[in-house]
Design a protein around this ligand. Structure first.
Ligand SMILES: Cc1ncc(COP(=O)(O)O)c(C=O)c1O
Length: 405
């Protein structure tokens, strides 16, 4: 047993990150200052996208995307049931309905055939947006989802909270998730378990400047100052805009990021390529160890789809608990006693009491998500895990499972 605790995910904050934050804390701008724009510009360069709108969380980013897309009551948004609550909640925040699209049980990714069926069924065209999720960091089939969804006249807002740095090939070209060729907006989270940790934080990326303008409006109370004001009372008698004048054009929110969070983000972004390499190296260790210790397939990694480069926010294994004669709860508790943290990503959203009440979907409609959920377990994945740590984790998993055979 290891004497250190391995959580399923954790941040890596170095001295240079702390220094970057402290420098901004000592400056004149704790919020609404220049570091936000620097962070947005660095992220835009990394992703190769025109516009980045930073905000307070991935959840806020999803909400802003729904607002900018103009969604509301009477509209319907489709998402995956295997995701965090926010991917669906954002639709409810604006009064839209939510529908779930089944996933491939071997990847946890949205099944594009199921999406096609849902869109075809929508003869009155109330589906106004699809929110596919790059589950765990593996990209979904963006080109196909975009083709189907745009063909239906709806927006694609991909939830890339797990997938900064992931990419996919399409017709001989490589595309970075969040670079926006096959979607309207992409959403990121900078929560500490994510690749870029900022305490809390999020961003929406888009190539559409009108959407970006709308995202910025909703981020800051729906308020406009200077250029863009509508009312005549904005102007002085000489036609210049009054310096004190501001106006609220829509019902917005305070979803502004602080400058010290942005400073942390800038520094974390610089280290993202190395941390992605480390995550990919750890995944290779796990693949090798699973092959060695569970050659019979009792424990398998999720399937990697060809031509997609995984960002490995999570490392999810599928365990045939029945075959081992042990429950998932027992496995998690016994691993915990060995200082190994695990988690289930995710309980299908249609099983949540709230969504049972407001969507009335039955688990039997989602055989892919049910099969995925029955066996999924996330084991530790973060950049400073060593090869020895991986060995300890898989050996302990084997002991915990083997004890009941
Ligand atoms: C897939 C997914 N979407 C959205 C979110 C929401 O992000 P945040 O926690 O920054 O609000 C998360 C957070 O865990 C997530 O995993």
């Amino acid at each position: 047993m290891s004497d250190k605790f391995y959580p399923y995910g954790r941040q890596q904050i170095d001295d240079d990150d702390i220094e970057a934050v402290v420098n901004v804390m000592k400056s004149d701008w704790l919020t609404q200052g220049p570091t936000i724009a620097s962070f947005e510009s660095d992220l835009a360069s990394f992703l190769g996208v025109k516009e980045v709108v930073a905000c307070t969380s991935g959840t806020a980013a999803l909400h802003l995307a729904m607002l900018a897309a103009g969604l509301g009551k009477g509209d319907r948004v489709l998402t995956s049931p295997i995701t965090f609550l926010s991917s669906a909640n954002c639709a409810r925040f604006v009064g839209a309905d939510v529908g779930f699209v089944d996933v491939d049980p071997d990847t946890g990714l949205m099944n594009v055939h199921a999406l096609e069926t849902e869109l075809k069924r929508d003869t009155t065209k109330i589906i106004k947006a699809v929110v596919p999720v790059h589950m765990g960091g593996q990209p979904v089939d963006m080109p196909r989802i975009y083709e189907l969804t745009h063909g239906h006249g709806a927006y694609v807002v991909d939830d890339a909270c797990h997938a900064i740095g992931a990419s996919y090939e399409h017709e001989g070209k490589s595309y970075r998730v969040g670079g926006n060729p096959h979607c309207d907006m992409t959403v990121f989270s900078f929560h500490p378990v994510k690749h870029v940790a900022m305490g809390e934080g999020g961003a929406v990326t888009t190539d559409d400047s009108a959407l970006a303008e709308s995202l910025r409006l909703y981020r800051n109370h729906g308020m406009v100052k200077g250029k863009g004001v509508e009312s005549e009372s904005a102007y002085d008698s000489d036609g210049t805009i009054n310096p004190w004048y501001y106006e609220m054009q829509v019902l917005g929110f305070n979803y502004r990021l602080t400058d010290f969070q942005a400073a942390l983000g800038i520094n974390q972004l610089k280290k993202l390529p190395q941390s992605l390499d480390k995550r990919r190296g750890i995944a290779q260790q796990y693949y090798r160890l699973l092959e060695k210790h569970f050659a019979d397939g009792g424990v398998r990694a999720l399937k990697s789809v060809p031509d997609r480069s995984h960002a490995y926010h999570l490392f999810v294994v599928k365990i045939d608990f029945e075959r081992f004669g042990v429950t998932r709860g027992q496995v998690m508790n016994r691993l915990r006693e060995k200082n190994i943290g695990t988690q289930v990503h995710y309980i299908p959203l249609y099983r949540q009491p709230y969504y049972r009440r407001c969507c009335s979907s039955e688990a039997s409609e989602f055989p892919g998500a049910e099969a995925y959920y029955a066996q999924a377990l996330s084991i530790p994945m973060y950049p400073n895990l060593t090869a020895t740590d991986c060995e300890i984790i898989i050996t302990e998993l084997k002991k915990v499972l083997g004890g009941n055979r």
